[in-house]
Design a protein around this ligand. Structure first.
Ligand code: ISL
Ligand code: CA
Length: 551
């Protein structure tokens, strides 16, 4: 095997900010750019390198900014372009970088392009989107939206349907049209020329459609996503063109978000000589447990599935591809609630999962509040939820006869608002997030779990992250080194080495509530970091994580 090429974006750690919920500076209950600016030192002290901002562009907020009506404007609720420039300078002054969310599979239906497109059949913007005649009195095919219902919306004005793989306020852009692609390249240049450091590209494998628009033959939404919506015939041509025309001219990083990208096709997006993307957020482990009708139709899975997915992806990337490693983001539950134990072992399991994220091969990505050990929320009234996905499926499932309280239990487990409640800064009203009324209720456990508290506790999850981030920077073997899994350990353990010509590390993780036997010969190793202060021999305690360094 050859060695991984050295790149700054491989050595960096990303921190995702969901601006609406991070920090409100002016008391309107909505997080904003000045709020972020007030926390730049907090982020610097934590030790992260790159901030990924979820969308802050002009938007009617049907999907909280993932429906953009003006790609060149900051939404006034977040601030002004001057605020943006101040934030960017503030980050750069502190040695941090900024990547923006690029949402160009679709726009808002309130974007000027779509308003013109829908106005008549023969206008120049018609082909910016997908318009089709209906079939047998219904939509053109059986495609379903990610957020429930048909992916087609009938428009009376011109008596045709338009395609929207997400909500009906998110019409899909037609990348077949070279004018659309040029519009996208222009807006990329606009932000890159401002000095930003890259993009996270929303649902990028969906941009090339299968133009026959045949019915999906699949029962399960995930299969349709993978084989019908994603990885379309021209996806690589388009991404490569974007790279040639724009991306390659800047020293930036790109990460593609990839529903439907599996480990078989993953390398095609990120292979180092392909001229496409630097890395992907694949969602294989995030979609675990999603049944035929998606996340609110859950099926069981085990840690063996999680480990298998990490194994497959490591092998698939080899030394010429790269992924990001993450266990939560703004679309999925809190990692400690989903993969750890947010009750009896919240502290231990949050630290164990931190160790996992920061020792696998890939660019680690941490979601806001994860460094505090924030956990899922369980509102008992559907009206307390804000997410369009939750509301659409609530309607769909209850109309099909499901008991509302059963649906709510599923939301408690899988809903996106689990991670969208405000950040907990301290134990004052609304967790110090706002002086007004927050746009979504605060998780009531903020009194116990908040930034002020973890900053005053040397044993906190926050300081554990800080220590790991510092350690990783010193030991690039944890970034570039080969990964080998230990065989024949107890199934409740995940143990592996990272090694290169300079150093060898052994990482042992217990992903259970049990004390688990572990009888490796450790005579050549010394413990470097762990989530229990003392050392036990021949077993790992519940959710114990240890990084050993070879002497
Ligand atoms: O959370 C999901 C639905 O259950 C995912 O399938 C998610 O919709 C998918 O990963 C795409 O997500 C991205 O695009 C969406 C937006 O709502 C998400 O917030 C974004 O991350 C549409 O832009
Ligand atoms: Ca505000």
């Amino acid at each position: 095997m050859s060695e991984q090429r050295k790149k700054w974006w491989k050595e960096s750690v990303i921190y995702q900010i969901y601006p609406r919920s991070f920090m409100d500076s002016n008391g309107d209950g909505i997080g904003d750019i000045q709020g972020i600016i007030s926390k730049l030192d907090y982020l610097k002290d934590l030790g992260v390198d790159i901030i990924w901002l979820s969308p802050i562009y002009e938007s009617p907020n049907d999907d909280n900014g993932y429906d953009i009506s003006d790609y060149y404007a900051i939404h006034p609720e977040f601030g002004t372009m001057a605020d943006f420039d101040e934030m960017l300078t503030g980050l750069h002054d502190r040695g941090m970088k900024l990547i923006m969310d690029l949402v160009v599979n679709h726009s808002s239906d309130e974007h000027a392009w779509f308003e013109k497109s829908r106005a008549s059949i023969d206008n120049t913007y018609r082909d910016y989107y997908f318009w089709k005649k209906g079939k047998n009195g219904g939509p053109p095919n059986n495609w379903l939206s990610f957020f429930g219902g048909s992916a087609w919306e009938y428009d009376e004005q011109t008596e045709e349907y338009y395609l929207h793989l997400f909500t009906k306020k998110q019409p899909d852009l037609n990348w077949e049209n070279p004018k659309v692609r040029e519009e996208v390249y222009d807006l990329l240049r606009f932000w890159l020329d401002k000095g930003i450091d890259g993009f996270r590209m929303d649902v990028i494998p969906l941009i090339s459609k299968r133009l026959d628009f045949d019915d999906s033959p699949y029962e399960a939404l995930n299969d349709t996503i993978e084989h019908v919506y994603s990885n379309g015939p021209k996806v690589h041509e388009y991404i490569h063109e974007m790279y040639e025309k724009v991306l390659q001219h800047y020293d930036i990083m790109t990460v593609g978000e990839g529903p439907g990208i599996n480990s078989t096709v993953g390398h095609d997006y990120v292979g180092q000589d392909r001229g496409e993307l630097n890395m992907i957020f694949h969602l294989d482990h995030m979609f675990l447990g999603h049944g035929p009708k998606g996340k609110f139709d859950p099926v069981p899975y085990t840690w063996e599935d999680i480990k298998r997915i990490f194994r497959e992806w490591y092998d698939a990337m080899g030394d010429t591809g790269w992924v990001s490693i993450f266990l939560d983001n703004h679309d999925f539950p809190r990692l400690v609630s989903r993969f750890g134990n947010d009750n009896a072992f919240r502290n231990e399991s949050a630290k164990m999962l931190a160790t996992l994220i920061l020792t696998l091969r890939g660019t680690a990505c941490i979601y806001q509040g994860t460094e505090l050990g924030m956990s899922n929320v369980a509102f008992t009234d559907i009206e307390d939820y804000r997410d369009v996905e939750t509301h659409n499926f609530y309607k769909e499932f209850t109309e099909e006869g499901m008991d509302p309280s059963t649906f709510l239990e599923r939301v408690h487990e899988h809903g996106r608002d689990n991670v969208r409640t405000p950040m907990h800064w301290n134990s004052t009203t609304h967790a110090g997030f706002t002086k007004g009324k927050p746009w979504i209720k605060v998780n009531p456990n903020f009194v116990d779990i908040n930034a002020e508290k973890v900053l005053n506790d040397q044993n906190s999850i926050y300081y554990y992250y800080q220590a790991l981030l510092t350690f990783r920077k010193k030991h690039l073997t944890l970034v570039y080194g080969e990964w080998h899994e230990l065989q024949n350990t107890d199934e409740r353990l995940f143990c592996y080495t990272r090694q290169d010509k300079d150093e060898t590390f052994l990482i042992c993780l217990n992903h259970s509530d049990d004390q688990v036997p572990f009888e490796e010969d450790l005579s050549q190793y010394a413990k470097a970091i762990g989530n229990y202060s003392d050392e036990a021999s021949n077993y790992l305690r519940p959710w114990e994580a240890i990084i050993y360094k070879k002497k």
